[in-house]
Design a protein. Structure first.
Length: 161
């Protein structure tokens, strides 16, 4: 699955990005430590296998989007979750993979996306959705986002703090 492959690629990238300060400042990293440690432990074989999954998915997605201008997807699987629930989700590869399962495939494929506000949960937290387009169709995304914001006012509303 491409979301699992994402973790295998993202973890070493995260470890590399934090190479100058991790592990020396590891107590400051909180839940991100698990991702960094996973990245530091990943083998070259694991990363290349994930990369091959990425390439296969990207090709299949490009073929699927041939006749589709925009794809509307949710941005995440959970709403109204607490910081503690987030930390619990992010503590395992399965939890993180499930949490990012909607947006991650398009991150993996390099597909252009735009995330827009789409309302609020009953507890007042913001909701959003994502539009996805074919490669090099960013102008279409911007026009669609602009058109959406001309007929809605979600982008002017803010949660109470």
């Amino acid at each position: 699955m491409v979301t699992t492959a994402w973790g295998t690629i993202c973890a070493p990238e995260t470890a590399l990005a934090h190479k100058a300060t991790y592990p020396a400042r590891s107590p400051e990293y909180g839940g991100l430590r698990n991702l960094i440690e996973s990245g530091r432990a990943a083998s070259g074989m694991d990363v290349m296998e994930a990369h091959h999954k990425r390439l296969a998915f990207t090709g299949n997605l490009a073929a699927s989007l041939t006749d589709i201008d925009l794809l509307l997807i949710p941005t995440q699987t959970h709403a109204d979750f607490t910081v503690a629930q987030e930390q619990e989700l992010f503590a395992t590869a399965e939890g993180l993979s499930g949490f990012v399962r909607f947006a991650t495939p398009f991150d993996m494929s390099g597909s252009p996306t735009i995330t827009l506000p789409g309302g609020f949960t009953p507890k007042g937290l913001p909701l959003s959705f994502q539009l996805v387009s074919r490669h090099l169709e960013e102008a279409l995304l911007v026009r669609a986002g602009h058109a959406y914001q001309q007929v809605t006012d979600w982008h002017h509303r803010h949660p109470s703090l």
